[in-house]
Ligand binder design. Structure first.
Ligand code: PEP
Ligand code: MN
Length: 348
């Protein structure tokens, strides 16, 4: 952090500021120039509020030279974080290998927006697994814009997902909407999803930090990349390092698509952080026909995984049918992604 002093700052007042800064165990390096003087600060400046320093009448402005996120920062952790999800499941007949997220293989989660029945989720699980998906997605607790829309089957839906996981052998990813669900999710869910609307639910993030389980953290639709990384930091500060970031489109003035996929967020996140990055082309686009081109773009720019909505009967889906692929379309998508994955030196 660099503090730029007002040119007329009296010496005694400057000394008071230096003493106050040093009380935070920081080292101060004053540089006195003809017109401008600055104080360089070295140490853990995360304890300081930039705004508080700027409130000192002798301070002109304050420059931060380091990102406020530490644990999620690639500078302090240059190697990619790998997150393991157990592939061998309780009663599953398949003896799948562990799934590694963030490695050479691009991991694909697929399934319906909402779990609607036991037959629906199990049927979709069979078909997406056959096409190469390694995780089953599905919403049981649904955060809907309208209170009159289908709110999900809740705990019953989660149990249907568990049956599908055991029978078909696909680990599950599903969204948590409230800290009161933590225990249930910790017991049953393989990857806990934090939805776009909850990215800054700090009480929820703190609770998730106490777990030792992978968390897929979706970017808020009106949040910056730095805010996403600060939310990851909340989970990591609690001791849970297993965070997967997810770009799912942000709100812009454009109305042709449901959201605007921020394609540059993927390389930016990969550069700034060591955490794996997923892309959700379904919620980003809002249209089934756009899922394929956006998924291809995501793989081409370095996404570590995709989360894709697939429904057995999209026109009758209880949520997000317009953006859901049929199982056949999903199978074709997986085929089409193959050469792109190869071109960037990865497998699918
Ligand atoms: C979802 O994946 O089911 C979902 C609701 O996504 P988002 O939070 O990105 O809207
Ligand atoms: Mn959805």
């Amino acid at each position: 952090m660099i503090i730029i002093m007002r040119h007329d700052a009296p010496k005694e007042e400057t000394q008071k500021l230096v003493d106050w800064l040093e009380s935070f165990d920081l080292m101060t390096y004053p540089i006195v120039g003809q017109a401008t003087s600055v104080i360089g600060l070295v140490g853990d400046t995360s304890v300081l509020d930039k705004g508080n320093i700027e409130r000192w009448p002798i301070v002109e402005s304050v420059l931060k030279v380091q990102e406020p996120y530490k644990k999620a920062n690639r500078k302090f952790h240059p190697e990619d974080t790998l997150i393991k999800v157990a592939g061998k499941l309780g009663g599953a007949t398949a003896t799948a290998e562990d799934i590694v997220i963030g490695g050479n293989k691009i991991v694909v989660a697929a399934g319906p927006c909402s779990v609607e029945s036991s037959e629906q989720i199990s049927g979709i699980a069979v078909s997406v697994k056959k096409s190469g998906a390694t995780l089953l997605r599905g919403g049981a607790f649904k955060p809907r814009t309208s209170p009159y829309s289908f709110q999900g089957l809740k705990a019953e839906g989660l149990m249907y997902m568990l049956d599908a996981k055991e029978d078909i052998g696909l680990p599950i990813i599903t969204e948590i909407t409230n800290p009161s669900q933590i225990e249930m999710f910790n017991q049953y869910v393989d990857i806990i999803q934090v939805g776009t609307r909850n990215m800054q639910n700090f009480e929820l993030l703190k609770q998730l930090g106490t777990l030792r389980k992978p968390i897929l953290l979706k970017r808020g639709f009106a949040n910056t990349i730095e805010e996403l990384l600060m939310s990851a930091e909340y989970i990591m500060a609690g001791g849970n390092d297993q965070v997967i970031l997810c770009e799912r489109g942000i709100r812009t003035y454009e109305t042709a698509t449901r959201n605007t996929l921020d394609i540059s967020a993927i390389p930016v996140l990969k550069k700034r952080s060591h955490l794996p990055v997923f892309v959700d082309p379904s919620h980003a686009s809002g249209h089934a026909w756009l899922v394929e081109p956006l998924a291809k773009a995501a793989v081409a720019v370095g996404a570590d995984g995709l989360i894709v909505e697939v429904h057995n009967d999209p026109p009758r889906a209880l949520s997000d049918g317009q953006q859901s692929l049929t199982p056949e379309q999903f199978a074709a998508l997986m085929q089409d992604l193959q050469p792109i994955a190869e071109a960037v030196g990865r497998t699918l």
